[in-house]
Design a protein around this ligand. Structure first.
Ligand code: ADP
Ligand code: MG
Ligand code: MG
Length: 248
């Protein structure tokens, strides 16, 4: 599904990714762990097509298609979802309209009919019930006055509605509380399917207590220096990244 080969990228002329090789098969949940500044967020931004990141070498294919040649919107429309992409508050923009607009953009791209407000509400209510989300989150402004946990729920709802084929979740270093971690994990676990893959990016091991990955990769200095099963995350938690560095 996702195949990254020899990917190098720089920001402001500074090399950040130094040759990443990674393959995530359909249905696979892979985790990327690594110390602060190792390039985890840069990798997720490069995959999403964010501006300011210059690809200097290598390739990324998504279902055999050259992902790096696509505009960010085309990447989203072809089934790539970057969580934590829209943490912004949008006062005056109703959350229902925001989510419906995002969903319809993808449906248009897939050649599916767009959903009108009533059709969207029906689908959204089903998904929200499945996620135990209060319905009033649809009526509020996008993220306006949302607690940290509500923002996470909203992202999970967005993901559940868009039904991506590859979700990239960058936990960032901001530190989600346990409740927020559980919300994210439940959302990802609910989407587990043979044609759904996820790349879970995290500095800490605790998220991986709830989303158990098939594979764990350690990113250091813009390179994957070690890969293993889920037990690798526990080892890292116990012994720290320095032990990997010493071995690498
Ligand atoms: P991580 O997510 O693993 O903590 P990042 O991808 O955020 O790492 O950052 C990797 C490196 O790239 C760091 O040294 C950081 O300072 C640098 N970096 C990231 N984004 C920028 C930017 N926009 N401008 C300059 N340097 C950046
Ligand atoms: Mg960081
Ligand atoms: Mg980061």
């Amino acid at each position: 599904m996702l195949k990254i080969e020899g990917l190098t990228a720089e920001v402001d002329g500074k090399p950040i990714l130094n040759g990443i090789d990674l393959e995530v098969p359909a249905g696979g949940i892979h985790a990327i762990m690594g110390p602060n500044g190792s390039g985890k967020s840069t990798l997720s931004y490069v995959l999403a097509g964010r501006e300011g990141y210059e690809i200097t070498g290598g390739s990324v294919t998504f279902d055999g298609i050259d992902l790096l040649a696509l505009e960010p919107e085309e990447r989203a429309a072809s089934g790539l979802f970057l969580a934590f992409q829209y943490p912004v508050e949008l006062p005056g923009v109703g959350n229902a309209l925001f989510l419906r607009t995002a969903l319809n953009a993808i449906r248009r791209h897939r050649g599916e009919p767009e959903l009108d407000a009533m059709q969207f509400l029906k689908v959204a209510r089903q998904r929200m019930q499945a996620l135990s989300m209060p319905e009033d989150m649809l009526r509020r402004g996008v993220n306006v006055g949302f607690s940290g946990g509500e923002k996470k729920r909203n992202e999970v709802l967005q993901m559940a509605l868009l039904q991506p084929r590859l979700a990239i979740l960058d936990e960032t270093d901001s530190g989600l509380d346990i409740d927020a971690l559980k919300i994210v994990a439940e959302g990802v676990n609910a989407l587990r399917a043979p044609d759904f893959s996820a790349l879970v990016i995290t500095h800490y091991q605790r998220l991986l207590d709830y989303i158990v990955p098939d594979r764990v990769h350690v990113l250091m200095g813009g390179r994957i220096v070690q890969s293993g099963g889920p037990e690798l995350a526990q080892q890292l938690e116990a012994s720290g990244y320095a032990s990997v560095q010493a071995a690498a």
